[in-house]
Structures are given as C-alpha cells and as structure tokens.
Design a protein around this ligand. Structure first.
Ligand SMILES: NC(=O)c1ccc[n+]([C@@H]2O[C@H](COP(=O)([O-])OP(=O)(O)OC[C@H]3O[C@@H](n4cnc5c(N)ncnc54)[C@H](OP(=O)(O)O)[C@@H]3O)[C@@H](O)[C@H]2O)c1
Length: 337
C-alpha cells in the first residue's frame, strides 16, 4: 500500500457512510485521494469534505481500480458482489455489513479488543454488528480480569440502526402523530412513533431468535475469541433517533464486586463511566449521541445470583460511531503502510 492510501467509501450517502466521511476528516486520516460511491440514485450528488465538495460516483465493477482501502457501508448483497472485485483490484475491504463476519478467514475486529487479528486478513476485514461492538467495549475490560461465563442482553435500539430512511421515518411519523395525522410505515414494519417493537429482522422459527439477536450471540463469542461464553439476547426497537442501549446481566467465573467493576470501566479505553447513584444519572442516548465513547453505568450486583458472581449494568453507545464508522476508520489506521 502507498504511504498515503486512496480510500473509497461505498454507501457514502447513507447513515454510516456520512459518519465514515466525517470520521476520516476528524481523525485526519492521511489519505491521498478519496472516492465517494453510492447507487445510481445518488451519482453526481456533492458531499462536503475538508471544506470542499466532492461528487458521488455510481458503484461499478471498476470503481475500485487504484483504491487501497475500501470502506463498505451499503448492504450485504453489495458487499457480497463487490468486495471480491475490490480485493482483486488490490484494495483492503473493511466491511460494515454482516456478509463476511462469521467466515473463519475474515477477522471480526474491534481494535481495542482483538487488534492483533489484523495480521491474518486476506483482503476483507469485518466490522461487527453495532450492538455487539457496544456491548463488547464495556464487557471486554471486565472479561480480562474475571472471565465471563454467561451474558443475558436486552437491547433498546435506535432508528439509526436501520439506516437514514428509518431515522426519517421516526421524525415523520412522530410529527404526524403529534398533528393527529395517520402515517403508513414505509421502512420499518410497525408504527414507530410512541411505540416499541421486537427487532425488525426475520425470526428463525426453530430457535425463536431474530437475526439481530443471533448476530450478537455469535459475534460476541468471535470477538472475544471464546466459544464457551453463553450469550442470549432480546432485541427491541425503541423510538430514539440514534444510540443503542443494552441492559446486561453478566455471570463471571468468580465473584465480582461492583466497586471493582466501576474502577475497571472508569479506566477502560473507549468507555466513559456514567454511574451517579445520588443523582440517578446513568447512560442515556441523549448523552451518547455524537460521541465515540461507550457510556457504562447502573453497575450493581445481580441479586438473582446468590454466589456474587453476577453483575447487572446498562451500556449506551452511538452505534453510527463506535458501533460502525470510527471502528472502521480505526481498522484502516491499523493497516500496515
Ligand atoms: N446503521 C447502523 O447502525 C449500522 C451499524 C453497523 C452496520 N451497519 C451496516 O452498514 C451498512 C449501511 O447501513 P446504513 O445504516 O448506513 O444504511 P443506509 O443509511 O440505508 O445507507 C445505505 C447506503 O448504501 C448505498 N446503496 C444502497 N444500495 C446500493 C447499490 N445497489 N449500489 C451502491 N450503493 C448502494 C446507498 O446509496 P443511495 O443513497 O444511492 O441509495 C447509501 O449510501 C448495512 O450493511 C448495515 O447493515 C449499519
């Protein structure tokens, strides 16, 4: 790879793509040129970067010629079709979709946790599911002190997790509801304003888990490199614009004092402790939105486990950020030049 790589962003007009573009700028990623790619719908649209505007190009088979790093943020089918072409053209692909995450030869990376995985990539590196990243950021520092045996997760997932169109649907349907107008959902399957519903991914009739829950369960084990951890998840969509919340009930190998967990998370990279019992002030999407760090708090002993080996906590993170864009840019920064 040249010293200052040429970087392509596929899906540059989407919820993640916009954040990737801003994150490259914010972190002063040393690129020599940048290509913005999207569908024919957006070709010619101009996006701001470093005080100038750059046109969006349509994704084609030759879009990755001369590209060193390609950050994919379109969809699984675009990744499956175009990532191999980009790799063949000489690019390293950092993919936000779920297309390659569970392939044995594809690293599933959170740089703070398993950064060494980068050494074994063969052209494609996967960014994990956004909830899996946010949960892992808070759990990994605890796991390294006292191994986790079981995780019970319940999520409160924002509109942004379903892309830019879902964010618009939440705004529009809320406006309609407040004005007493009817609103027909177009992006998500149920009324979104003033409502919560089970995550919109398909449910596997055999296991009863939806795709989002399955991703969290499988990907957490892969990121931690520990297939013995038992994980269950229930994923719920809530009418929040951006930043996902997760309640976590976690069983460790040995007893874990909440004060010790608080101290560990207070010093953990990429995590901010928000645990003010006196003020009843804990992690909130309103505080996490727009920030790279994951907020962790409400740390307490899980009294349903009399052995003292289980903790309960609440974690919130802006999944367009640490759950996706900065994680991808961090991976790009770690690539050898
Ligand atoms: N949102 C999240 O929190 C999140 C987190 C982690 C991973 N992901 C994954 O990241 C990917 C992007 O998600 P998103 O939320 O950013 O979606 P989004 O807001 O719907 O944006 C999708 C982007 O992909 C482009 N695109 C769609 N079809 C295309 C095609 N056939 N050819 C070229 N470009 C195409 C769109 O371009 P146009 O503007 O031209 O339509 C747009 O730029 C998905 O795989 C998603 O599962 C999302």
């Amino acid at each position: 790879m040249s010293k200052s790589p040429v970087v392509a962003i596929l899906g540059a007009t989407g919820a993640i793509g916009v954040e990737v573009v801003q994150c490259l700028e914010r972190r002063r990623f040393p690129l020599s040129a940048r290509r913005l790619l999207a569908s024919a719908r957006s070709a010619g649209r101009r996006l701001p970067f470093a005080g100038r505007e750059q046109p969006v190009e349509e994704l084609t088979e030759h879009a990755f010629d001369g590209v060193d790093v390609a950050i994919f943020a379109a969809g699984g089918s675009e990744s499956r079709q175009f990532a191999p072409l980009a790799v063949r053209a000489g690019a390293v692909v950092i993919d936000n979709s779920s297309a390659f995450r569970m392939q044995a030869d594809v690293p599933l990376m959170v740089p703070e946790i398993n950064g060494a995985e980068i050494a074994r990539h063969r052209g494609i590196i996967a960014n994990p599911n956004c909830v899996a990243v946010i949960g892992a950021m808070a759990l990994w520092p605890l796991h390294t002190r006292n191994p986790i045996r079981r995780i019970v997760a319940a999520t409160y997932q924002a509109a942004s997790g379903a892309g830019a169109a879902a964010m618009e649907e939440l705004r529009e349907s809320t406006r309609a509801s407040l004005e007493g107008r009817s609103y027909e959902p177009r992006v998500l399957p149920h009324p979104y304003a003033f409502n919560v519903f089970s995550h919109n991914t398909p449910v596997d009739p055999d296991s009863g888990y939806n795709e989002e829950e399955t991703k969290i369960m499988q990907e957490t084990r892969k990121i931690f490199g520990d297939e013995s951890i038992r994980v269950t998840a229930t994923c719920i969509r809530v009418p929040v614009l951006r930043a996902h919340g997760i309640t976590l009930n976690v069983e460790f190998e040995r007893p874990f004092a909440p004060a010790d967990a608080r101290e560990i998370l207070g010093a953990a990279p990429g995590v901010k402790l928000v645990d003010d019992v006196a003020r009843n002030y804990f992690p909130m999407p309103a505080d996490a939105s727009g920030h790279d760090r994951v907020l962790a708090g409400r740390i307490r002993r899980d009294l349903s486990d009399p052995t003292g080996r289980s903790l309960a906590l609440f974690v919130v993170g802006d999944q367009l950020l640490k759950g996706a864009a900065p994680n991808a840019v961090q991976i790009a920064e770690a690539l050898p030049r």
